[in-house]
Design a protein around this ligand. Structure first.
Ligand SMILES: Cc1cc2nc3c(=O)[nH]c(=O)nc-3n(C[C@H](O)[C@H](O)[C@H](O)COP(=O)(O)OP(=O)(O)OC[C@H]3O[C@@H](n4cnc5c(N)ncnc54)[C@H](O)[C@@H]3O)c2cc1C
Length: 183
């Protein structure tokens, strides 16, 4: 990883889908550019108030979009991660309660294939490592949901995120909260 948080791919090039947008290189350059404009402008702002207003506008918009990926841009590591977890946990929540042998085999194949092709290389590599010591549990819906929750918690822990209570996976991914907010 570069000090700025840019993650490199296996060819040593900056990897967009492995990097949080807030760390992405153009954003960094833009910030540097903007901060030098601000500096230059603040030296001139007594003589040109219109220009100052424009620059201030640009500061506000730069800061507010710092960590927000524009909707028409390719996914960063966070957006891809959120969407993928949403898909995986939802898939597990609707997996058969008592899957056939063929369904269990398909799910194992799917997870193995998924771990090879997940586009963030270093994420996929960690996942494959974890799956060696904790192979997927596919014998029931409950087992799959719990396994996935635990795998996600390992990633959460590595990233310093909160650990999710795995007894709440049905509530989070299928039934919704008891207060009816989602009904
Ligand atoms: C396989 C995989 C590996 C990844 N590896 C990396 C990595 O190495 N480095 C990196 O920077 N990013 C990685 N990511 C992305 C990272 O996990 C997050 O998706 C991203 O940082 C966005 O986090 P978030 O806070 O929005 O919530 P996410 O972690 O995306 O979670 C989405 C929602 O799922 C729920 N949730 C959280 N934990 C659990 C759980 N244990 N069980 C069930 N539901 C839960 C919460 O409601 C949460 O809001 C990976 C993603 C995937 C799918």
């Amino acid at each position: 990883m570069y000090p700025s948080g840019i993650v490199l791919d296996k060819d040593g090039k900056p990897c967009r889908v492995c990097t949080a947008f807030k760390n992405w290189t153009k954003q960094e350059k833009k910030k540097q550019h903007d901060s030098s404009s601000i500096h230059t402008n603040s030296n001139n702002n007594k003589t040109n108030s219109t220009e100052t207003t424009e620059v201030v506008g640009s500061i506000i918009s730069t800061n507010s979009s710092d960590s927000t990926l524009p909707p028409d841009c390719p996914p960063d590591v966070e957006q891809l991660g959120r969407s993928t977890w949403t898909f995986l946990h939802t898939m597990a929540a609707y997996y058969p309660e008592v899957p056939s042998y063929a369904q269990q085999r398909s799910m194992k194949t799917f997870l193995s294939t998924f771990s090879q092709f997940y586009p963030c290389d270093h994420c996929a590599e960690h996942l494959r490592e974890e799956m060696k010591s904790k192979p997927p549990k596919v014998e029931s819906r409950w087992a799959l949901g719990k396994w996935l929750c635990e795998i996600h918690n390992i990633v959460n822990e590595n990233l310093g995120k909160e650990i999710f209570d795995c007894s709440k996976i049905d509530e989070r991914w299928k039934d919704g909260p008891k207060d009816g907010r989602c009904d």
